[in-house]
Design a protein around this ligand. Structure first.
Ligand SMILES: [Zn+2]
Ligand SMILES: [Zn+2]
Length: 367
């Protein structure tokens, strides 16, 4: 079928909307009419590492248009969120950790289906699709049955879209990975969409202290209004002993949990050092390759602490995304506070605003 999609052809140029042909769905695939797609940090740097030309986008939501012959989970007309791909049969998928699927890298980042075939073309030219098994910067996506999650009719589609990656990453890190419980003392580094979702989740869990750290005063104010009990301006030297002492004071002697979303070496160091003994730090991203780590990791050793990686919030999307929707509908996860809408044709401006941090969660509208 003919679709419109934003095609990235160079790491230096924003994508342009082109008319492409989308392949027929295979037995396990679902064609989704995309109504909204969030823009996530991974979309910004993907053109540097993803095979081009390609269609990116991995926070798509919309309506099921057609399903393959073996699909039973959803039917045409269902409203769905698309999330990351997973194989469903490896040891990690089988034990409830699809975010760590042994084939996950291939499924998110190779530009092809799991069997190596491509889903998009323009005349005789192959275009890489299958980004996170969706490539949602388009009017239609080809997703796998495993990577679509049916959602309630009453959540606005532009609020549902970022549940597929950024929001589940932040909320899942707090609730699934760190297991934050009532009374926990939590420090969250970075008040972008992932960090603010974490703030909301920490409040949901009843954490006693929720400290948000960022360089942007407006985002810190938003964090406060979403549940942060204190905020710390990181425009001062985040790695200084003063900042760590302040974080420890704000968490009554040290955090039980910290969550790092900024990917700066100094910030990761502070996220470890602000912990009390036996505290746990989860990181959602890493610094640029080649930057030093040694100084950062030493406190882990001597403090008996745990540093853990977390992908996609350790989420089991079929269970976790409907839970997030329920919380939104109950007024306990005010996603609407994070989102700025753009027309699909304004994708260049949306990407630039995201890159420069002018907005928290840009969402493209395809209607
Ligand atoms: Zn993402
Ligand atoms: Zn797997």
């Amino acid at each position: 079928m003919q679709i419109s999609a934003a095609v990235s052809r160079s790491p230096d140029q924003p994508p342009a909307i082109e008319s492409l042909e989308l392949d027929e769905p295979r037995a396990n695939e679902v064609v989704v009419r995309v109504l909204a797609s969030g823009i996530c940090h991974t979309d910004l740097f993907a053109p540097l590492m993803y095979p081009l030309p390609a269609v990116l986008g991995h926070e798509g939501a919309g309506i099921v248009e057609r399903v393959g012959s073996a699909v039973s989970k959803v039917a045409p007309g269902d409203r769905v969120v698309m999330t990351f791909g997973s194989c469903g049969s490896c040891a990690l998928c089988a034990t409830g950790s699809p975010a760590y699927c042994e084939h996950g890298h291939h499924l998110q980042f190779s530009g092809v289906r799991d069997d190596g075939s491509k889903t998009l073309r323009k005349g005789g030219e192959s275009i890489h699709g299958s980004f996170f098994q969706q490539s949602s910067f388009a009017t239609y996506s080809l997703a796998t049955e495993r990577s679509v999650v049916k959602i309630a009719a009453d959540i606005p589609i532009e609020l549902a879209a970022p549940l597929g990656c950024g929001i589940q990453t932040g909320a899942g890190a707090i609730l699934n990975n760190l297991g934050v419980k009532a009374g926990a003392r939590v420090v969250i580094f970075g008040a972008g969409s992932v960090g603010l979702a974490a703030v909301m989740a920490a409040r949901l869990a009843g954490a006693g202290s929720i400290v948000a750290v960022d360089v942007n005063a407006a985002r810190l104010e938003l964090a406060r209004s979403l549940g942060a009990t204190a905020v710390v301006d990181a425009t001062v030297d985040i790695g200084s002993s003063d900042v760590v002492a302040r974080l420890r004071a704000l968490t009554r002697g040290g955090a039980t949990h910290s969550f790092e979303t900024a990917g700066q070496v100094a910030s990761i160091a502070a996220a470890i050092e602000c912990l009390r003994r036996k505290g746990v730090c989860a990181i959602a991203t890493v610094p640029k390759m080649g930057e030093p780590y040694a100084q950062t990791l030493l406190p882990l050793l001597v403090g008996g602490k745990t540093l853990t990686g977390v992908l996609e919030g350790d989420s089991v999307p079929d269970q976790f995304i409907p839970q997030l929707v329920d919380w939104f509908l109950a007024g306990r996860l005010p996603l609407d506070r994070l989102i700025t809408n753009y027309q699909f044709t304004d994708i260049g401006r949306a990407l630039d605003d995201a890159h420069h941090g002018r907005v928290i969660k840009p969402v493209l509208r395809m209607e």
